[in-house]
Design a protein around this ligand. Sequence first.
Ligand SMILES: Cc1ncc(COP(=O)(O)O)c(C=O)c1O
Length: 396
Amino acid sequence: MHKHHSALGVATALKPAAPVTLIRPQAAARAARFFAEKFPGRSLYAVKANPSPDLLRTLWDSGITHYDVASIAEVRLVAETLPDAKLCFMHPVKAEEAIAEAYHTHGVRTFSLDTIDELEKILRATCDATDLELCVRLRVSSEHSELSLASKFGVELGETRELLMATRQAADALGICFHVGSQAMSPQAYSDAIERVRAAIVDAAVTVDIIDVGGGFPSVYPGMEPPALEAYFDAIYRGFESLPISYSAELWCEPGRALSAEYSSVIVRVERRRGRELYINDGAYGALFDAAHIGWRFPVALLRHDESEAELTGFSFYGPTCDDMDHMVGPFMLPDDVQAGDYVEIGMLGAYGAAMRTGFNGFTSEAVVEVEDEPMASLYADPVPARRRATVIKLG
Ligand SMILES: Cc1ncc(COP(=O)(O)O)c(C=O)c1O
């Protein structure tokens, strides 16, 4: 793949008519090293956030050896891309055929569950295997997170004892896992969830071998500037250390967003301006699903050689399809003189952005270019290069 120095360089050299995904392997590698070195346990990458094989190889090369997969397609993808990786099948509701293939063909031994029915299904599919690591998923609050994951999965407190005891009987190693919701804005989310774990362990009086605190670690976006990740790791470690679990118990986490958000951004072209509305060539059915459907604001930068002196103004975006819903409210802050023909970089799309692209209405783009400059925001960069300082959101 041809490498460019910067997003501006790509826009200038290629003048692309379709959106271009920019990848920054060095940013993903830095995030992976951060987790591998500083998280006080094992970090599993949650593949759903961005299943790009290039990204998977970058994370592997930077110390991430375990992968949280949620579908048989993700199992196959990671098994093929990283044959020595350890796969953990952490979707609590799986097809029996998927469990059987994962266990018998791909060597998966770790599965999550939140019902007795799923436990029985796992045992059937694996022919009553005796080498299983089974993680019971507890339902915990998403109150500190921007995206809730509190309603779909997780066993309720009243049913936890029976499930933990039954799973203990069947498992070689028993784990407890949870997910505090995505983009957790406070370490308190994990401290509270670990208290819920404590209550469950005391109530069921079982020996627990794995505590998996899930994903939810934040990235940085306009209007969402979380505390440093070390504060999350400290809160988790303190909670873990105080749990009544076996001496040799392991601590795991499953970051998706925090490992992949900085990996990619997208260059779009403005096709039309109507007042404060810009018609761009990517949108709700492309890499901007979250911007359209949950009003997420991503950082933006106008890519012009001579920096605009115009005042920053809030714009909304329309995507390229014929659909009214292809609308991103923003506001996205750009110089007031932005016009048709301009290129704009939309940052922090490595998590749940590039991965959500569809071909609806004939608008899609496979173009990917590697760049060497810094992502538009970072939880890991220090110091921020001068050229991008205006658009970079940095922790103090
Ligand atoms: C089981 C599980 N683990 C990890 C993740 C990754 O979450 P995040 O991207 O918020 O870190 C998810 C996301 O949905 C998930 O469902």
